[in-house]
Ligand binder design. Sequence first.
Ligand SMILES: Nc1nc2c(c(=O)[nH]1)N[C@H]1C(S)=C(S)[C@@H](COP(=O)(O)O)O[C@H]1N2
Ligand SMILES: [Mo]
Length: 244
Amino acid sequence: MRKHTKAISRRKFLVQTGGIVAGIGLPGVFKTLSHAETQAIREQLRPDGKPRIPPGQTAVKQIRDMGGTPPDTPISDWRLVVYGDVAQPLALSLDALLGLGVVGLTCDIHCVTGWTLLDSRWSGIRLGTLIEKAKPVSSAKFVSFETAGYSANIPMVEAVKENVLLAHEYAGSPLPGRHGFPLRALVPDRYLYKSTKWVEKIKITTIDEPGYWETRGYSNSADPWTEDRYDQEYTIKPADGEQQ
Ligand SMILES: Nc1nc2c(c(=O)[nH]1)N[C@H]1C(S)=C(S)[C@@H](COP(=O)(O)O)O[C@H]1N2
Ligand SMILES: [Mo]
């Protein structure tokens, strides 16, 4: 595990974040699949042999709006900036970005608060395509997705996977504002806090830079199949049942 442990008091932590409950997962009523539907899907495996529904997750029928605050950039000024340890920094309009080649993707998504949405439909450009264009230096091993007040980081090996997108459409329509219009990161095989909404900058680095939740007690790796939800070295752990 990484050494980004911060020793802050639980009280300060809760004051800073509004509490994990209100911060990362807004509680609320949401429709889950029926018991029979869930049982059937629990037997399904992905092509890589992992279960469709990762341990500790419940399948839901609809994407949940998990909140967050969009930046106030006017859409006419919007550019996606790619910077950091790259030979070719980029600043692309949405049209220029989409000109790199839009692909569709149907995937399952997993929120650390416990919901999984199966077969969600997205389109966008592959992050790998963009990274290639920016020509990272050979020692660049990490990618951060940044927007005002939020960021998330993933390793380069994950970033270049085929199912990692910068998505501009959800379920056949432009992203709704609350889900990241005009563009969000989509990293289906990590807990969804890695998938920065309203992404404006992609930073490519040689040293890992833990993002918003990664510096507030959540796992840096965020692997749903090992239930890697919390940073084991973090000094403050949420009590059982506190998430949700
Ligand atoms: N900019 C930004 N992106 C964000 C967040 C946020 O608060 N701000 N929340 C993250 C978390 S914790 C989750 S679960 C997903 C939720 O995405 P959704 O609201 O589209 O379901 O967005 C992620 N991306
Ligand atoms: Mo989340």
